[in-house]
Ligand binder design. Structure first.
Ligand code: HGY
Ligand code: MN
Ligand code: MN
Length: 413
């Protein structure tokens, strides 16, 4: 991050560097408490140090940088996003919300500028929850509502979160100390790619977020009877995978019937998993979201009823384990207004929009007001190696973010 390149150029170079901290294969795959996480954390911490921030890694693997203010406002503004990715994801989901504040603070630091409040930039270790089937672990720890019960959850190799933390050089007993007190926090703000088509359709580089969809994520298991593929008549089967297939189509139908409802099955596994064995077991993930919690609850009830009907008819047993259940979050009106003013300050029409994706802001909303800014991404594509933004939009996002900090300061004096 030299002073003579544009903020947009610096951001693109930094996100490219982070993208190299990945497992082999298409896109970016960087999961919680892995060597790739450690590599990315070192890069991020180095950039924070160069930007004049005090840095540390907390007990859950978040990288934290603090840029001192002039002390006139005691509470600190927290910003940041997640450094982890989905499998074969893109290089901007999460990362843009980490490197943009760092680049902005580096600019303030070069000018010797201090805002009225300290700013903390946090690179959260686990938001996507790919490795352990969890979500928002880093931001829940900062918000003080981390569930220690998840420490026993294991990855596919049987390594628990507690064990992975210790191998990473962290002590799970220190996680409570990562929590911030509500009275110490002014607000949490996050810049993120939109991951949707609205800004591109409107011809706008940035927008301000009004609310974040609530989401329920579950693991569903159908159990039937394994059998010989060649000898069991079709009428005598208790085929768990055929039942799951019927159930998955029901998810699609029930969510398509609703307004703004989305339902996704992203993982399907059959057991024992042999071509000549009728699957005795089938498990699949279920992710359901809606702008309104009542809509989500209604469609979840309908989905569960449909699962019970399919299982009863096919002689299967049903288990559903909820792994994530977060209500919709409304962004604080004063932060939405500050975002509008910051965007207008750059001569851009301020558009307010809703987020169908979940974010670390959902966890932080437990202790403070939250606000978000979106940056346009190409075709709205995300959770895909083709995720892309332009350098110009990255630069605009940074300039709007700097104004956002100023508008927040004015409103907090
Ligand atoms: O699933 C989400 O909305 C986020 O990418 N974790
Ligand atoms: Mn994501
Ligand atoms: Mn994200």
């Amino acid at each position: 991050m030299s002073g003579n390149e544009t903020m947009g150029a610096a951001i693109m170079a930094m996100t490219d560097a982070l993208a190299r901290c990945s497992e082999a294969g298409p896109g970016v795959s960087r999961h919680f408490l892995t060597p790739e996480h450690k590599q990315a954390a070192a890069l991020i911490r180095g950039w924070m140090d160069d930007a004049g921030m005090e840095t540390h890694m907390d007990a859950i693997g978040n990288v934290v940088g603090r840029y001192r203010g002039d002390g006139s406002i005691g509470r600190c503004l927290i910003t940041g996003s997640h450094q982890d990715t989905v499998r074969q994801g893109g290089r901007y989901d999460g990362m843009l919300g980490i490197v943009t504040p760092i680049v902005c603070i580096a600019a303030l630091n070069r000018q010797g500028r201090r805002l009225p409040f300290d700013i903390e930039v946090i690179a959260f270790g686990d938001e996507e929850g790919v490795r352990f089937g969890t979500t928002l672990l880093g931001s829940h720890a900062v918000a003080g509502n981390f569930d220690p019960g998840v420490l026993d959850k294991c990855d596919r190799a049987g390594v628990s979160i507690a064990g992975a933390l210790e191998r990473f050089g962290l002590d799970p007993a220190g996680i409570p100390a990562a929590a911030r007190r509500a009275e110490d926090v002014l607000a949490y703000v996050e810049l993120h790619i939109e991951q949707g088509p609205v800004l591109e359709a409107e011809g706008l580089p940035v927008g301000v977020v009004t609310a974040i969809a609530g989401a329920t994520r579950s693991l569903v298991r159908f159990t039937g009877v394994a059998g010989h593929a060649g000898t069991v008549p079709m009428t005598a089967r208790r085929d768990a995978l055929a039942g799951a297939a019927e159930a998955i189509l029901a998810v699609e139908r029930l969510c398509a019937e609703g307004r703004d409802l989305v339902g996704t099955v992203g993982i399907v596994e059959a057991s024992p998993g042999a071509a000549n064995v009728i699957p005795g077991g089938a498990s699949f993930s279920l992710d359901v979201r809606a702008p309104g919690d009542a809509d989500r609850d209604r469609v979840l009830a309908a989905i569960r009823e449909e699962f019970e009907t399919v299982c009863a008819r096919r002689g299967l047993s049903l288990e559903i384990e909820d792994v994530y259940d977060e209500p919709a979050v409304t962004c604080a009106p004063w932060l939405v207004e500050a975002g509008r003013d910051a965007i207008a300050g750059e001569g851009i029409r301020p558009l307010a929009l809703f987020s169908g994706a979940g974010h670390d802001a959902v966890a932080l909303s437990a202790i403070c007001d939250v606000g978000m800014l979106f940056v346009r991404c190409k075709g709205g594509i995300s959770h895909n190696p083709a995720e892309a933004i332009t350098e110009a939009d990255a630069d605009t996002g940074a300039r709007v973010f700097l104004r956002y900090l100023e508008r927040i300061a004015e409103r907090s004096a």
